[in-house]
Ligand binder design. Structure first.
Ligand code: BES
Ligand code: MN
Ligand code: ZN
Length: 503
């Protein structure tokens, strides 16, 4: 799907020119219980009052999830006009807007039009710039088809669904530069989200740590980024005992991927993004139950999301220095695997009693979080499908956000609001740290069932005292289960918005 914009003034002449523009489908909105707007009135006149008659019979109501389609209206450049119900004007909030945009895409595609000129609606309390950026993301997510992008996974390729190949947004004049920037940003974010979804959806027998490293190298080559991939030997030399403990039961070699983008002055402290890259989490010796275990191929969604975010940032040419760090390995049971009760020494020197080998995410992250001290970061954000407890606490609506620093938490929550990528701040009180006490090491790797997402964050917190840090637990938000099973690409919208806001 390709996007462009066309400026339209708000005089009758401008609207007349809009109605004369050639397209397969002109798309407009109509609110419920509101008089027709100037453009719709002009269409009514061109159609010799057809639209008014449809309003009278109730066929054109403006109600949500309804639309009317007019064909071959005299003197109009569009082969058809699609008028989509937007619902009640007062209720046209962002959620309603996203639903209407999706409904519009489905309706437009059912006409088999391959291009459209779209007078994009704007939700209450938002502007055109926001709407264009978001519409691109919603539209691209709507077209995403994993199977079509990865031939070979199904022996018979599914019939491609009809899609609009070209969409032109009709937007008001004057803000052309800002709006076309928003379009570029929307496309960059969508590209990042596609990468995230692709990596996350791939099965774990394809998407191994080595595969992730190869894809990262490909990114580096394509965008001239610096890359370093640390191998097991180098991890051993750095004394990453926690990460090495997790990988020791697997036959796949672990990798620590480090990608650097320099968009700002060389001396500017970088923003560091760390993503959990467990390409399959069986639980290890503390083996998970069989049901739904396949979904643990998604345990590298944190890694996929920081790589996607980097791609978006690079395509947007953001004026920042960004370092992405991905510790990646499998968590498998075997004769060589780490066992409950084993004590390991992390890179920081702190010792950990591994009471449950299924709490492996924090083990690979703690060494990565110590490793990133060397970049003297302005901020470090780690992203991880860390705990089932977070799914219980927040479901699949909000990611769990943890930060010591109120200003950083506020910045991220604001980015979350702007991008409609929900996050909810969770506590980090020192009192929770007691749950991590161990008789045999500096700490245990689990804190019991109460507040499981919080104690996991508290564990990470002990490794992040050298810099400003935030943690996103995306266990509930990174993918969907059931018939819609697949990656969501969250929190790429939140992270890219955070980067955009940092200027
Ligand atoms: N990757 C899982 C967390 C997870 C579970 C994410 C289910 C999404 C859905 C993580 O490695 C894990 O297994 N965590 C354990 C921790 C426990 C042993 C303290 C969990 O949440 O059960
Ligand atoms: Mn686990
Ligand atoms: Zn895990």
């Amino acid at each position: 799907m390709e996007f462009s914009i066309k400026e339209v003034g708000n005089h009758r002449d401008d609207y007349a020119a809009l109605l004369a523009s050639r397209s397969a489908c002109l798309i407009l909105g109509m609110f419920e219980d509101e008089p027709l707007e100037t453009v719709t009135k002009m269409i009514d006149r061109a159609s010799a009052g057809l639209l008014s008659r449809l309003v009278k019979t109730g066929e054109a109501s403006g109600k949500r999830d309804t639309h009317v389609l007019l064909h071959e209206v005299a003197e109009m450049g569009a082969a058809r006009v699609l008028i989509v119900g937007l619902g009640k004007k007062g209720e046209f909030n962002e959620r309603a807007w996203v639903d209407r945009v999706r409904y519009t895409l489905v309706s437009a595609e059912s006409t088999h039009a391959n291009n459209a000129l779209w007078l994009l609606p704007v939700p209450n309390a938002r502007d055109v710039i926001w709407s264009v950026r978001m519409a691109v993301q919603v539209a691209r997510a709507h077209c995403y088809q994993f199977i079509a992008r990865h031939p070979g996974l199904k022996s018979r390729a599914p019939a491609p669904k009809p899609v609009l190949s070209k969409v032109v947004f009709a937007v008001p004049v004057k803000q052309k530069k800002l709006i076309s920037d928003a379009l570029t940003q929307g496309v960059a974010i969508a590209n990042g989200m596609d990468l995230t979804r692709d990596l996350a959806n791939l099965p774990a027998n394809i998407c191994t740590p080595s595969y992730l490293a190869d894809r990262a190298r490909e990114l580096a080559r394509k965008y001239s980024l610096k890359i370093e991939v640390l191998e097991q030997k180098q991890m051993a030399a750095l004394k990453m005992g926690a990460l090495l403990a997790v990988t020791q039961g697997s036959v796949q070699p672990p990798k620590l991927i480090v990608l650097k983008y320099q968009g700002g002055p060389a001396r500017q402290a970088p923003i560091v993004l760390v993503g959990k890259g467990i390409t399959f989490d069986s639980g290890g010796i503390s083996l998970k139950p069989g049901e739904g275990m396949d979904e643990m191929k998604f345990d590298m969604c944190g890694a996929a999301s920081v790589l996607g975010t980097l791609l978006a940032a690079v395509e947007m040419k953001l004026p920042q220095n960004i370092v992405v760090v991905v510790p990646t390995c499998e968590n498998m049971p075997s004769g060589a695997a780490v066992k409950p009760g084993d004590v390991v020494v992390s890179m920081s020197g702190q010792t950990i009693e591994v009471l449950n080998t299924d709490a492996e995410g924090r083990l690979i992250l703690c060494d990565a979080l110590t490793y990133v001290e060397r970049f003297k970061p302005s901020v470090v954000i780690d992203v991880a499908t860390l705990t089932g407890a977070c799914v219980i606490a927040l479901g699949n609506i909000n990611s769990g956000l943890y930060a010591r620093d109120d200003a950083l938490a506020a910045e991220l929550l604001n980015a979350s609001k702007q991008s409609l990528d929900g996050a909810w701040r969770m506590p980090l009180d020192e009192a929770y740290q007691d749950q991590l006490k161990s008789n045999f090491a500096d700490m245990a790797n689990i804190g019991g069932r109460p507040a499981g997402s919080v104690t996991a964050a508290c564990f990470l917190e002990r490794y992040t005292r050298q810099y400003n840090w935030a943690h996103l637990d995306i266990a509930g938000t990174a993918w969907k289960s059931g018939t819609a099973k697949g990656a969501t690409a969250r929190p790429v919208p939140l992270l890219t918005q955070f980067l955009l806001q940092r200027g």
